[in-house]
Design a protein around this ligand. Structure first.
Ligand SMILES: Cc1ncc(COP(=O)(O)O)c(C=O)c1O
Length: 341
């Protein structure tokens, strides 16, 4: 297998693997975990996921270390977060233990697709849950299907660990002020497609959304949280319309471990003038340095990476987190789960 796949040139795309795992919720309870070799699902045309958007998902990764072991990063956190998303959309909540068992199983079954150490690639794990029962009235489904599939992926951001430009466009919101922003709901991503494509067409890697109520504070950065380093302090927006990023949570912990002060608070657009470093953080890239933020409404350009290079604090945080994921550095908080092959 190792010889067949071009590990170094993988994109962030779907690639078939050998197995996926599934679990169905019927008659008020979750069934046994099933292993499937099919990439297809048989779905009723009146399923609630198709009409009323009862769809939630997660994203996490497995890495192969120098020691040959496979490590999955913070799966308990993803288990908890998808339960929150399920609650938000009135869907059945998969028990955390079942989620963990499903992740372990699907990774072990597809171990040959976990890219080798040093390739920069990883195995992306995608859990989804959908409402499957046939309904026409707007109400929660009585039956659900939970699936976890995997796909080997290369780095998310094509330019790698280099600063990119992002933009502020006030005509777009991803979510409503008291809407579904803090859950990982398919509809949020549908709502962000126009803005994302528009930003890409203008040459930006992502949109930096502002809070949807006042349009005054920074919210998040496409499918990633926003962080900045200002006077040696790690700052990141406090907002209930953003997804609580597990990467951000981990980086905040690492920053504290390094003696860096962390502030989770409102950040105004004007404050961007005073930041020394910035990054978009999430599972896909861990941290993608932000070199410039263009406010397309006011015409103001906030140049952050003045010499065009990633800043030292973001680089150190990135290297530390990647080191833990790869098993190159100690894992003092017990974030990695080793998969038995
Ligand atoms: C909207 C959004 N914000 C933030 C993140 C980052 O979250 P995490 O670090 O848990 O991947 C993601 C997913 O990667 C996302 O889709």
């Amino acid at each position: 297998m190792d010889n067949e796949l071009d590990w170094k040139n993988l994109t962030f795309g779907y690639m078939p693997t050998d197995y996926n795992v599934r679990c169905r919720y019927r008659n008020g309870e979750w069934g046994e975990i099933e292993v499937s070799q099919s990439e297809m699902i048989d779905l009723h045309m009146a399923a609630t996921c198709l009409h009323y958007g009862q769809e939630i998902f997660e994203g996490l990764k497995a890495f192969r270390g120098k020691d040959g072991k496979i490590r999955v990063f913070r799966l308990e956190e993803n288990a908890r977060r998808i339960r929150e998303s399920a609650k938000g959309l009135m869907m059945a909540q998969l028990p955390e233990e079942k989620f963990i068992e499903m992740v372990k199983k699907v990774v072990a079954l597809n171990a040959r697709f976990v890219p080798p150490y040093g390739s920069g690639a990883s195995l992306y794990i995608r859990p989804i849950e959908i409402g499957t029962s046939a309904q026409v009235g707007v109400k929660p489904a009585s039956e659900y299907l939970f699936i976890i599939f995997v796909s080997p992926v290369g780095p998310y951001f094509k330019t790698g660990f280099r600063p990119t430009k992002i933009c502020i466009m006030r005509q777009y919101d991803r979510v409503a002020p008291r809407g579904t922003g803090r859950w990982k709901v398919g509809g949020n991503y549908a709502a962000s497609l126009t803005a994302g494509v528009h930003a890409h067409e203008l040459g930006y890697s992502a949109v930096l959304y502002l809070d949807p109520k006042e349009k005054k504070y920074l919210d998040e950065c496409g499918p990633a949280n926003f962080i900045a380093i200002k006077d040696g302090v790690y700052i990141t927006p406090a907002s209930d319309s953003i997804l609580p990023s597990i990467t951000n949570k981990s980086l905040m912990q690492l920053a504290e471990d390094m003696g860096i002060k962390v502030e989770c608070r409102h950040i105004t657009v004007d404050e961007l003038d005073e930041v020394d470093e910035a990054a978009a953080v999430g599972t896909a890239a861990v941290a993608s340095p932000v070199g410039e933020i263009d406010d397309l409404d006011t015409g103001k350009k906030y140049v952050i990476a003045k010499d065009g290079n990633p800043g030292p604090v973001v680089t150190r945080l990135y290297d530390t987190l990647r080191g833990i994921q790869n098993g190159d550095l100690p894992d003092p908080h017990g974030w990695c789960t080793i998969i038995e092959e």
